[in-house]
Design a protein around this ligand. Structure first.
Ligand SMILES: [Zn+2]
Length: 260
């Protein structure tokens, strides 16, 4: 364990009602409601503020029929984090629900895996089965950001700060990365969409939006290897996160969970 310890927060900004069968390859024998929450995450400590993913806008929510609750930057503001001043934003992958709103972080460097940009701009995007969860304007925006010198590419695992590292998992997309953070309760892993729900990784039943099923399933083991315990892995879209972790204050109940 390194010396620096961080606070970590999950901030819910949107919600979507769907059935369990839509969340697993092969469906679900007990098909019932299994909604998704949408989160961004804040890592804070040692004078650093690192935002993980940037969510999507109200306009995108309307287009994709998602229930938009608040701009992710408003959620960050509840924690005293000013999006205009954030210097480091980790983009776990380029799907619309993780990289929309990137323009609301004008001072940030975006941390992205080489493979993710290759995927989002490469041969597979001619197929709707792979391109459906990308918004081409977000992808073009990241290309423009790179030309402006604002993207820092990583090729596999990388150290972002003492006690904060990025790890290439792939699976869900070609270049999906997760974030490992040193906290007071041990190594925490923000899994993003390496596991949408606790159930995906715990029951080894992969989510159906996927580039490589094999890499996704291998990724579940990788998450467990990186985390202090299975209870230190934070899935990307599970409403249980807000039930299992406390709000930092009553006013943030149902919006923010403190994960460390
Ligand atoms: Zn997602």
């Amino acid at each position: 364990m390194s010396e620096a310890l961080y606070e970590v927060y999950a901030i819910k900004y949107a919600h979507h009602v769907r059935r369990a069968a839509e969340n697993f390859i092969g469906g679900d024998p007990h098909d019932g409601p299994m909604p998704l929450d949408y989160f961004v995450w804040l890592i804070r400590g040692g004078g650093n503020e690192i935002v993980v993913d940037t969510g999507f806008s109200a306009a995108t929510a309307a287009r994709r029929q998602r229930n938009h609750l608040r701009c992710p930057t408003e959620g960050l503001r509840l924690l005293g984090c000013n999006a205009n001043a954030v210097k480091d934003v980790v983009i776990t992958h380029l799907h619309y629900d993780h990289v929309g709103n990137f323009d609301l972080f004008p001072a940030a460097t975006y941390h992205l895996q080489d493979l993710e940009m290759n995927y989002a701009t490469g041969r597979h995007m001619r197929q709707p089965v792979f391109s459906g969860a990308f918004d081409v304007e977000d992808v073009v925006g990241m290309v423009r950001s790179n030309y402006a010198g604002r993207v820092r590419f990583h090729d596999g695992d990388a150290q972002l700060a003492p006690g904060v590292s990025l790890h290439l998992i792939g699976g869900h997309t070609m270049g999906l990365q997760v974030v490992r953070v040193a906290t007071r309760r041990g190594w925490l892993v923000l899994a993003s969409d390496a596991s949408h729900f606790y159930a995906n990784m715990e029951q080894v039943r992969p989510f159906p939006i996927v580039y490589s099923v094999a890499a996704m399933v291998e990724g579940y083991d990788r998450l467990r290897a990186l985390a202090e315990s299975p209870a230190h892995i934070i899935p990307g879209h599970d409403p249980l996160v807000l039930e299992r972790y406390p709000a930092p204050s009553d006013a943030m109940h149902g919006i923010v969970a403190r994960l460390d």
